[in-house]
Design a protein around this ligand. Structure first.
Ligand SMILES: O=C(O)CCC(=O)C(=O)O
Ligand SMILES: [Fe+2]
Length: 209
């Protein structure tokens, strides 16, 4: 039995029908502010447009996709960019604390409190039936909202700079999550969600195209 778990041990946040784990500070070789500044400056940010009820809109945030595999997200077919040395270093740190392996990362840049992400599940077939998704937050604290599809139970978590939230098990099946707009004065925030795209689903997708 580990009587003295290191401070790099994820802490379970109990929820019904899912698994959530939390680490307050990911050990990174650089200060959070420095990593945030580098990611803001060095990432190929895009303003993607999405179709909602037949109308074209710009997503209320900037995004970028890095990794080894294709992925469709909210109807967008994203062509990944190759991992940069900085992203590979962050990926290794996230893999070490979570014990999971990832091959891609979606970056979201919330420029201020007006940027947001609608309620959704990351339940695309390419992620497999019980995906592990690790989310690293840098910059302004934003509230992450989870809502159970059936019971409508709501869980709110303040995602502070440097923290890692791991969702796994049946979480994507039973829960939606998102980031609301904030009326308060809010600085920039970058969130990185590390995912594992399954090769078999990738091949399957190519076959059916
Ligand atoms: O910004 C966040 O914390 C949430 C990001 C997210 O849910 C996603 O990228 O799918
Ligand atoms: Fe998500």
């Amino acid at each position: 039995m580990d009587l003295f778990p290191s401070s790099n041990t994820l802490i379970p946040i109990p929820i019904p029908d899912g698994e959530l784990l939390w680490l307050a500070q990911l050990p990174l070789g650089l200060a959070n502010e420095e990593v945030l500044a580098r990611l803001v400056a060095q990432t190929s940010w895009r303003a993607e447009s999405i179709t909602l009820w037949g109308k074209q809109h710009l997503q209320p945030r900037l995004t970028a996709w890095y990794g080894d595999a294709r992925y469709s997200y909210s109807g967008l077919d994203l062509e990944p960019l190759p991992f940069t040395p900085l992203l590979l270093e962050i990926k290794r740190a996230v893999e070490t604390v979570t014990g999971e392996a990832f091959n891609s990362v979606l970056l979201n840049y919330y420029r201020d409190g007006r940027d947001s992400m609608g309620m959704h599940s990351d339940d695309e077939a390419e992620l497999g039936p019980e995906p592990a998704i690790a989310s690293l937050s840098l910059g302004a604290t934003r509230t992450f909202i989870l809502r159970h599809r059936q019971s409508k139970q709501t869980v709110k978590l303040d995602l502070t700079s440097g923290s890692v939230l791991l969702m796994r098990g049946k979480t994507q099946h039973f829960w939606l999550h998102g980031i609301n707009k904030s009326a308060r004065q809010t600085g920039p925030r970058v969130n990185l969600t590390f995912r594992k795209i399954c090769a078999s689903a990738d091949k399957l997708q190519q076959k059916t195209k």
